[in-house]
Write a protein that binds this ligand. Structure first.
Ligand code: ZN
Length: 348
């Protein structure tokens, strides 16, 4: 960065901060997992140690609020001062076993958005299966061939057909946000991720079955990557500190589906979770942040009081309750997190 652009960037940052200082926004944080993972190619995990530090920082510098309380204030045209709402997406089992005890210890409320079709399911999320099949040490056939749209696609693994412990240790810090891949395993992982991302659920699982058959991998769910069971969803909601929200049935990119399918994903996720809990489910989060107008309309029609996107922004009082912005939190230590949070809140 040159001196001029750095000065320009600083000026823009300062202007942004001042805008927040004057308008005192709230912040909705987006987490996924609270656990320690040996590799985390999607950057989903925050360690329990760091999560506890984040909660302590929120208690010190801000005012933790339930998401529904923030939505209620917005309905009245208000934003509670320095309000911070915590959300966790997807419905991993560690939300009960890793996150909830820490939320209770710090008395900080949170909303967990659950992918209803994944509750109690004997399969990992598709992006975790890709990690299990491609990025873990072991030997795979030299070329992956998938039947796709009547044709055959090929991805060579070259020298990484055999992938030893040393190579795994060398590469395990790699993640999908890195510009380059250290080897063919990561290149194929990224290619399949990009390919699978927009596919309809049934087609995606069929392709994953082909990858698993090629890898001769048994259909196991790693304890480290399992999702919540119905009983665990009920336990997560017990006590009222954790709110259960819906996150569709199959975790699709909603914009890639026809409107009727979008509506079904929205309504059915609400109905299934309400049946499991015996409680109203009033919050929704759009998977992958994809919130086309038809999906937003479906969320409103289904009776959700609020819904979260993944637009990285703070919440001002004129925010759209059915498209609330959120800030992604990474596995930072407490001091880094506190500096970051205070900047977004426009605090000195
Ligand atoms: Zn998600």
């Amino acid at each position: 960065m040159t001196l001029v652009t750095r000065a320009g960037w600083r000026l823009r940052q300062a202007r942004e901060w001042l805008r927040r200082r004057l308008r005192s926004p709230a912040v909705i944080l987006m987490y996924h997992r609270v656990t320690e993972l040996p590799n985390d190619p999607h950057l989903l995990a925050v360690t329990p140690e760091h999560f506890a530090e984040h909660l302590a920082a929120i208690r010190t510098h801000a005012a933790p609020v339930p998401l529904q309380e923030l939505a209620g204030a917005l309905r009245r045209g208000r934003v509670p001062a320095r309000a911070v709402a915590i959300t966790l997406d997807d419905g991993y089992a560690d939300n009960l076993h890793g996150a909830k005890p820490l939320l209770m210890r710090h008395d900080v409320p949170a909303t967990v958005f659950i992918t209803a079709g994944q509750v109690g399911r004997e399969r990992e999320f598709w992006w975790d299966e890709l990690d299990r099949l491609l990025l873990q040490p072991g030997t795979l056939p030299p070329v992956l061939r998938l039947r796709l749209n009547g044709g055959l696609r090929e991805w060579p693994l070259e020298e990484a057909s055999t992938y030893g412990e040393a190579a795994y240790q060398r590469d395990r810090g790699w993640n999908i946000e890195c510009r380059d891949e250290p080897g063919p395993r990561q290149r194929v992982f990224r290619a399949l991720f990009d390919l699978f991302y927009l596919l309809p659920s049934a087609e995606r699982w069929a392709l994953l079955d082909q990858v698993a058959a090629w890898a001769q991998a048994p259909p196991v769910v790693r304890p480290s990557h399992r999702t919540l069971t119905t009983d665990e969803v009920v336990r997560l909601a017990q006590g009222g500190l954790v709110e259960i929200g819906a996150h569709t049935v199959t975790h699709p990119v909603l914009a890639a589906l026809p409107p009727a399918e979008q509506r079904r994903e929205v309504q059915e996720s609400k109905a299934r979770l309400e049946a499991a809990l015996g409680l109203e489910v009033a919050s929704f989060a759009y998977p992958h942040g994809s919130c086309p107008p038809e999906a937003v309309a479906s969320v409103g029609e289904a009776g959700f009081a609020c819904a979260c996107s993944s637009e990285p922004q703070v919440v001002f009082r004129d925010a759209d309750r059915l498209r609330l912005p959120r800030l992604v939190v990474r596995d930072w230590d407490g001091a880094t997190f506190a500096r970051w949070l205070k900047w977004w809140l426009g605090m000195p």
